[in-house]
Design a protein around this ligand. Structure first.
Ligand code: SER
Length: 574
């Protein structure tokens, strides 16, 4: 039995012995590729380097990357799909080409210092060619020279043998995919990828192109190699396991659930194990459940699983917490985040059900009101309505939602206070305090908030200052805020009288009446105690700056809006 840990180790050693430098797994929240919501392959964090920027670790890289793919969510629970998986990858940044890449893949799978898998269970696909890019003869020849018979080389088109960006732009190219026969022996002579017993385990992409718009690809001035091998599938293949849910990093989760769930629910068990595992990894990379983007995916995954999660989290942290320390850092807070979310959902359900119970007339507008007021999911309203013999017309719901969108667009953003307490708004609120502190440090203590407006996408901050700050000063402010984002800063709220707060150096608009109790938010380094910001404020704020604000702070615009008053718009780039 080869364990996951043994496979990671053998893979990295194999490529280190061939001149590669092992780099760490990047976050699941993409930093270098805005075209994806999550890191879905080891190449996303490398996009700038695949496009030509020099990588600090050189031109041959290898790693084990955490990946999340939710596109196949309906296949979860079959034998080969997981929404979170680990990907082994090696890259050539304009260095070696097809020949070495394919040879090393083949050697790693079959040779002594690799996995020693039998050649006769291996089949490959290559790019068949089309109007734009020629057939990949070189790959076909290389595989044949290594001993893969022609019948085991299937030629396929763009849909199968081309790796391209999820968005409109990015590096791309033809690929060759390696399949492993998991069925009865002997394997069929001819490879046919439609037969599910042939399981794809590894992909080698020859990234010689870049997509520059939806319809255009252009050759890059050098060719890269991007390979990705699914760790769980490979462990399954090597050990002849029946599914990825038997792999040592997933099996403990499934076992933990089996203790609580009666026999005959294998698929549900697999889905819960998969979803909780993915939600934990995404949360541990700084994403809280919410109604938007990544946060919404976490929310959906949790709602799909909901129960029996505690035992799964413990099993998960035990099985992968040593490899990815951020996951094991605070298991209690993982449980808390998930439980909070479930409680919130329970409350939503309760309120929504009450309201539904009172409603005689169930139509699209009611369904939309329920969603708007209580966050009550439309699908659920639909189910309940149908169970009680009502029919809700989906179109009237959509029409109501669109009308609402129009209205809110027209209304513009709120005035005063926070628009809502969404994660994004709260994050920008804390960032506003950090920005004010940075401005005071760079421009002087005359800087004080004159106006502030926060939306989910940016913050706006007005302050007094004569003349435009120099470019260098703006950059310095950005750098200062970003350096704070990397430090263990915690936000603490305390209440005191106004003179006490003033004595502590708190800034901001204090309460009107003397002696009134005010609340003060302090942002300080939890290790050194250094205070970065102390302001009078009603909150709310994030708790931990480093954990709760992930991304790069960027000043999008700086301008004068009145004599002696400047305005900054800033955003957090993912
Ligand atoms: N990007 C390719 C894939 O994910 C190879 O790593 O299949």
């Amino acid at each position: 039995m080869i364990t996951s840990s043994e496979l990671r180790h053998r893979y990295l050693s194999f490529f280190i012995n061939r001149g590669h430098v092992a780099i760490p797994s990047a976050s699941l929240v993409p930093t270098n590729d805005p075209s994806v919501l999550f890191t879905t392959a080891g190449m996303h964090p490398l996009v700038p380097y695949l496009l030509g920027a020099p990588h600090p670790s050189g031109v041959r890289l290898a790693n084990v990357q955490k990946c999340v793919r939710t596109g196949d969510i309906d296949e979860i629970g079959d034998d080969t799909h997981l929404t979170f998986f680990e990907m082994l990858g090696n890259w050539s940044l304009g260095d070696y080409g097809r020949d070495e890449a394919i040879r090393w893949s083949f050697d790693f799978l079959t040779a002594r210092d690799g996995l020693e898998l039998p050649i006769d269970r291996i089949g490959v696909t290559c790019f068949a060619g089309d109007d734009e890019v020629a057939r990949d003869h070189e790959s076909i020849q290389t595989w044949q020279a290594l001993g893969v018979p022609r019948e085991r080389i299937q030629l396929l088109g763009r849909d199968d043998n081309w790796w391209g960006p999820a968005g409109e732009t990015g590096p791309c190219g033809p690929d060759t995919e390696i399949f492993y026969w998991l069925g009865e022996l002997p394997p069929p002579v001819v490879l046919d990828v439609r037969d599910r017993r042939w399981v794809e385990i590894w992909n080698n992409v020859f990234m010689g192109y870049t997509k520059t718009s939806i319809a255009t690809i252009e050759p890059l001035d050098r060719m890269n190699v991007d390979t990705g091998m699914g760790l769980e599938r490979t462990v399954m293949a090597i050990n002849g396991l029946a599914s990825v849910y038997e792999v040592d990093t997933v099996a403990p989760l499934v076992r933990a659930l089996r203790e609580h769930i009666p026999d005959g629910h294998e698929r549900e068990i697999r889905i819960i194990a998969d979803h909780v595992r993915t939600a934990c990894f995404v949360i541990s990379d700084g994403v809280a459940p919410s109604n938007k983007d990544r946060g919404y995916i976490v929310r959906r995954l949790l709602r799909r699983s909901l129960e029996w999660y505690r035992s799964v989290i413990t099993a998960l942290v035990d099985s992968l917490g040593d490899v990815y320390p951020e996951l094991g850092r605070d298991p209690a807070s993982l449980v808390r985040t998930i439980e909070d979310e479930i409680r919130r959902f329970d409350r939503t359900l309760e309120q929504g059900l009450k309201r539904l119970g009172r409603t005689k007339h169930l139509d699209g507008k009611t369904a939309f009101d329920l969603l708007q007021t209580y966050g009550f999911p439309f699908e659920l309203t639909l189910e309940i309505a149908e169970a009680s013999g009502h029919h809700i017309d989906r179109d009237s719901f959509t029409a109501e939602r669109d009308r609402h969108r129009e209205r809110s667009r027209g209304a513009g953003s709120f005035a005063g206070g926070l628009a809502d307490h969404s994660v994004e708004i709260v994050r920008y609120h804390t960032l506003t305090h950090l920005l004010q502190a940075a401005l005071r440090e760079v421009l002087g203590l005359h800087v004080i908030q004159r106006g502030s407006n926060i939306t989910r996408d940016r913050l706006r901050f007005d302050f007094p200052h004569d003349g435009a700050p120099s470019d260098a000063q703006v950059v310095r402010v950005e750098e200062l805020v970003n350096s704070w984002l990397a430090r263990p800063l915690v936000v603490d709220c305390s209440t005191m009288t106004e003179p006490e707060a003033r004595a502590l150096g708190a800034i901001g608009a204090f309460g009107e009446r003397y002696g009134e109790i005010v609340s003060i938010y302090t942002i300080a380094d939890s290790e050194t105690g250094e205070v970065v910001s102390r302001e009078f404020c009603a909150g709310p704020h994030v708790r931990s700056v480093r954990d709760d604000i992930v991304g790069r702070f960027r000043i999008v615009r700086e301008q004068g809006i009145a004599a002696g008053i400047r305005r900054i718009k800033a955003a957090l780039d993912p």
